[in-house]
Unconditional design. Structure first.
Length: 458
């Protein structure tokens, strides 16, 4: 039975005043004063008991609610962790075969196939690349939604990055007749900045990719202009403009909702997950910007955002310049590959053969350590997940070798895992760099030229 403290107190006060009035009428003022004094003591004592009881019940309810809330939060955290781990595992399982598909397709395209074969291979490559972008979008959204996405600051040339993005997107409009334009402010040319080039690239792929997808005629334009520059910082406005189908007025409020796709009269021809804009907006927010847009149906759309970057000194960025603009020829390199997947080994061997390079191959980290003990290498491509001994443990043992030449060998991780935990990121201190599967020949060549340059300096 639940006791309502307020009702009890009103009832007691009512009795007190009724008895008080009767006593005053029957006994006079003197007896009334004695009665009021004594009854006040009793009333105050009773009130104190009920107040203590009330606060005890309130505290017990609050404590119980807090315990339930804590349990719910723990369950939610476990659910998010399980979901993240599941997606990371699925990413690894999908990226590994995709690395073989995309890698072998690149090799076949490089072998000057017949026109019909080339067309078939390009379709295969485009389809695999589309699947890879879909996987990346799902993983990025999951990390952003769970608050696990973190920026990785590196030094790079912005004009070079925009050029790479433009060249990567250009094939999508090559047969459509749509004019694809890149307009970069001359103040940006040759300038090094510090930022997260991977997240910035993803933003442009999502925004410009959408613009290309929804534009059947006219133009798609990417522009970057300096809006402020002072005290070692530069603020740049990025604009993605198109003359596509535009966005219906009634659907603009929902545009950045996950999985939302604007409906058009020809919507059946537009495919996608509906995550691109949601991811772009969150990545821009993460970098301290705000994504704005205005659009008119059947006229086109304009998306814009501003970001601030720290300016860097080019002289301190020789290695970064090599990575972004590999121009040197690859010299003779002694290379060891530690990889347990024979298909991935084959792709890597045939790709390296383009540049006249051969490799020694081992199937696990323990064998890699033993191979290095017997022979010196300039570079080790180290898979992370291998039987017997993984790549991180092998890299740690290599760094502990007494021979400084061998302990300082360049180790580049080969991994299909993304969204790794902080503990795993800490293990990267034993590595010099990494390649995320599936990687392109251009990315691989950039790493090789960087190692070749460092070997020449040493």
């Amino acid at each position: 039975m639940r006791i309502n403290v307020t009702v009890v107190m009103v009832w007691l006060m009512g009795i007190f005043w009724i008895l008080s009035i009767l006593l005053f009428v029957l006994q006079g003022v003197q007896q009334w004063n004695i009665y009021v004094y004594n009854f006040s003591l009793v009333l105050n004592f009773t009130l104190l008991i009920f107040i203590q009881y009330y606060f005890f019940q309130t505290f017990r309810k609050t404590s119980h609610s807090e315990q339930k809330l804590t349990a719910q939060l723990e369950l939610a955290e476990k659910t998010v962790t399980a979901s993240t781990n599941f997606l990371a595992t699925m990413s690894h399982e999908l990226r590994t075969p995709l690395n073989a598909v995309i890698g072998m397709t690149n090799i076949l395209l490089h072998d000057e196939p017949r026109p019909q074969q080339k067309e078939n291979l390009e379709i295969l490559h485009f389809s695999a690349d589309s699947l890879m972008r879909t996987i990346n979008d799902i993983l990025s959204f999951n990390r952003l939604d769970s608050g696990m996405e973190q920026l990785e600051q590196t030094d790079f040339r912005l004009d070079t990055l925009l050029g790479h993005i433009y060249n990567a997107l250009k094939p999508r409009v090559s047969d459509s007749g749509v004019q694809f334009i890149l307009d970069v402010d001359q103040k940006i040319a040759g300038k090094y900045i510090q930022g997260d080039q991977n997240r910035l690239t993803q933003v442009f792929f999502n925004l410009a990719g959408n613009a290309i997808k929804f534009t059947e005629k006219g133009f798609v334009k990417i522009s970057a202009v300096v809006v402020a520059q002072e005290a070692g910082f530069i603020r740049i406005k990025f604009v993605i403009e198109d003359s596509g189908v535009g966005i219906p007025e009634l659907q603009k409020d929902k545009l950045f909702e996950p999985y939302f796709r604007a409906a058009h009269h020809s919507a059946g021809q537009f495919k996608g997950t509906g995550l691109g804009l949601a991811i772009a907006r969150r990545l821009i927010d993460l970098q301290g910007g705000v994504l704005r847009f205005h659009s008119q149906e059947n006229v086109g759309s304009v998306f814009s955002f501003e970001l601030s970057f720290a300016e860097r000194i080019p002289k301190a960025l020789v290695q970064s310049d090599v990575r972004q603009n590999p121009t040197d020829e690859i010299g003779e390199l002694q290379i060891l590959v530690a990889e347990d997947n024979p298909v991935n080994v084959l792709v890597l061997q045939r790709t390296l053969a383009r540049w006249g390079l051969t490799v020694d191959v081992v199937e696990n980290g323990h064998a890699a350590v033993e191979a290095l003990a017997l022979k010196s290498y300039d570079l080790i491509f180290m898979d992370i997940n291998m039987p017997v001994m993984g790549g991180f443990e092998a890299a740690r043992l290599i760094r502990e070798m007494p021979d400084p030449v061998k302990s300082n060998v360049c180790i580049i991780a080969l991994t299909a895992s993304v969204g790794m935990s902080v503990e795993i990121h800490q293990e990267f201190r034993y590595l010099d760099d990494f390649l995320l599967k599936p990687f392109t020949p251009v990315q691989l060549k950039g790493k090789l030229e960087q190692v070749s340059r460092m070997k020449q300096i040493i």
